[in-house]
Design a binder for this molecule. Structure first.
Ligand code: ZN
Length: 139
């Protein structure tokens, strides 16, 4: 029989650009779901944030933020959306990096690489509330 379990986590961000490690919370939700084998969707319903998976090493986390800034060019004066809002870079980052990631659930555990932690990538913070929806489907 197919099971479906969903939960929303609410995250406060404190910087304009920030990586928030949500791995433990996602794994807790997978555990609570009662799903043995299936998939877990980690989805941020936001146009200026993204979900990524990578290593929780502070140097690398700074490197990723640095590269995100170089790539999305905040305040560069070249984005049309900045004429009506000041966050074109964050929209571009969300559109291209993606607002969701999917992981397998095998034998009641979220399957990920040793160096694949799950992060909310904030690109237009600080925000009092960012939502991340975690949806577990399987049997
Ligand atoms: Zn905008």
């Amino acid at each position: 029989m197919t099971k479906f379990y969903a939960e929303v986590m609410r995250i406060k961000t404190t910087d304009r650009f920030q990586l928030v490690d949500i791995t433990n919370r996602v794994e807790e939700i997978v555990e609570k779901s009662g799903v043995t084998n299936g998939l877990v969707l980690v989805f941020a319903p936001h146009a200026t944030a993204a979900i990524i998976a990578n290593e929780h090493e502070h140097g690398l986390m700074d490197d990723i933020i640095q590269k995100v800034k170089e790539f999305t060019e905040p305040g560069s004066g070249k984005w049309k959306h900045d004429l009506v809002d000041d966050n074109a870079h964050a929209h571009i980052g969300s559109a291209l990096f993606g607002a969701e990631r999917v992981f397998p659930v095998i034998n009641k555990r979220l399957l990920r690489g040793t160096w694949q932690n799950i992060f909310l990538l904030e690109m237009d913070g600080p925000r009092p509330v960012r939502e991340v929806h975690v949806v577990v489907v399987g049997e």
